[in-house]
Ligand binder design. Structure first.
Ligand code: LLP
Length: 420
């Protein structure tokens, strides 16, 4: 887990006091440290590209703020996009269409037409999708095919995508027929893709799936004479959310994957699709303590962020580390549940955590919220989504305003007969 500096008992983020950010922009607020974002991207980019050309496709489902996309575009990232909306955000952030790979599931023909219009390469999820694409795409359109490799892993069953019982990809056993049909439909397949799942902490499942994919690439070459240029191993690299957990060694991962691929195939380029690894620990959520409640059973800290702001604890039971930003060096000796303002008992950010004695008005910091934090937030209970702030070299920048009730009703219409 990432360490933050403390100055006079105050948590610092990118050279700025957390409590100053909260005072200036209000809470709840997501705060992203630009330097950390850039260094996460560079670490994985360099580890792989030192050994073999590797496209790092940032998976923007993790966080699609335009400023974050701009930063990663300037760093030279490629993109993994899952919807036409994500594609359009990336085009607006300045990514060239050929830097984007669209990997959808249950894709409509209308969406396929939109992708073709934008000239974005498509990673096919099913034979049905490929046949429908052939009807709307020009000859030689660039595609790859997503294989279901029958290798799955991930932090929760909801996010394991590579197991053979999931809805994703073309089954391993049907892959030769899929490429053969792609060629006869006039496509130009440039690659092959898989994604085992998300939040994978061990190197082993990545190596296992690499071996499976290598066999497939070679079989495609031997049977069809098709030399695929790109092997895309998807995303899913986990990060340590819990204090004391180890970070994934991306140098060791790069070395192990690339030596296997180089020795056994004529693939020229690797691709990876990290979302969480790049953005997760660049961002914290700051939330103010509204209420303290002590019952015979529990001690509760009621804060102004609930599962409308950060759903991962409620949805997956995920651990996010919490601390008191304005008492950063105080000893943590009382056990609390940190809960939100939503009217459901499942509305919690952290359970049974040791914190210093908390008072109304204190500022709680929730760690590692850059991935699937804001992007999975909602307007439940008619609460606006929070602001997002970027910190760089001691300066803060508002990169998304907090929503107001006007935003909540912006697209609603009332039939005129109800207005009388
Ligand atoms: N590529 C594909 C095809 C994916 O489906 C995903 C994530 C990624 C890349 C990026 O995975 P990452 O490197 O970020 O783990 N909402 C969940 C995570 C769902 C991930 C879905 N697919 C969470 O909060 O943990």
């Amino acid at each position: 887990m990432r360490e933050f500096q403390s100055v006079d008992g105050e948590m610092m983020i990118g050279g700025v006091k957390a409590s100053d950010i909260a005072k200036r922009y209000g809470t709840p607020v997501y705060v992203t440290d630009e330097e950390r974002l850039r260094s996460n991207f560079r670490r994985i980019d360099i580890a792989f590209n030192e050994r073999m050309p590797t496209r790092i496709h940032y998976a923007l489902k993790a966080n699609n703020n335009l400023s974050i996309l701009k930063i990663l575009q300037k760093e030279g990232a490629h993109i993994d996009a899952v919807s036409i909306g994500e594609v359009d955000l990336c085009l607006r952030a300045g990514f060239a269409p050929e830097k984007i790979l669209y990997t959808g599931t249950s894709v409509s023909t209308t969406e396929l037409k939109g992708l073709v219009k934008r000239k974005v390469p498509i990673n096919i999820d099913s034979i049905s999708e490929m046949r429908r694409l052939a009807e709307v795409a020009p000859e030689g359109y660039p595609i790859s095919i997503r294989v279901n490799p029958d290798v799955g892993a991930g932090h929760h069953s909801h996010v394991v995508t590579g197991a053979k019982t999931t809805k994703f990809g073309v089954p391993k056993g049907a892959i030769i027929n899929a490429y053969s049909e792609a060629l006869s439909l006039g496509f130009k397949p440039f690659g092959i893709h898989c994604h085992i799942g998300a939040g994978v902490q061990d190197v082993e499942p990545f190596l296992h799936v690499t071996d499976v994919m290598i066999d497939m690439v070679n079989e495609i070459r031997d049977v069809l004479g098709l030399h695929l240029e790109v092997l895309d191993l998807g995303g899913g690299i986990g990060i340590p959310y819990v204090p004391g957990e180890n970070e994934m060694d991306v140098w060791a991962l790069a070395e192990a994957i690339e030596s296997r691929v180089r020795d056994a195939t004529d693939v020229q380029t690797l691709a990876l699709e990290p979302g969480r690894y790049i953005v997760c620990d660049s961002t914290v959520l700051l939330t103010t303590v509204n209420d303290i409640k002590e019952t015979p059973e529990k001690r509760f800290v009621g804060v102004d962020a609930g599962f409308n702001t950060l759903i991962r604890p409620a949805f997956y039971g995920s651990y996010h580390h919490v601390a008191v930003a304005n008492k950063f060096d105080h000893p943590a000796d009382l056990v609390y549940d940190v809960v939100g303002p939503i009217c459901e008992s499942g509305d919690f950010l952290a359970k049974e955590r040791k914190l210093p004695r908390v008072a109304e008005g204190d500022l709680i910091v929730v760690y590692d919220t850059g991935a699937y934090g804001f992007s999975m937030s909602s307007n439940y209970n008619a609460r606006g989504k929070p602001a997002e702030v970027l910190v760089n070299e001691g300066e803060t920048y508002l990169i998304r305003e907090a929503e107001t009730v006007d935003d909540l009703i912006a697209h609603q219409k009332i039939p005129s007969r109800l207005m009388i």
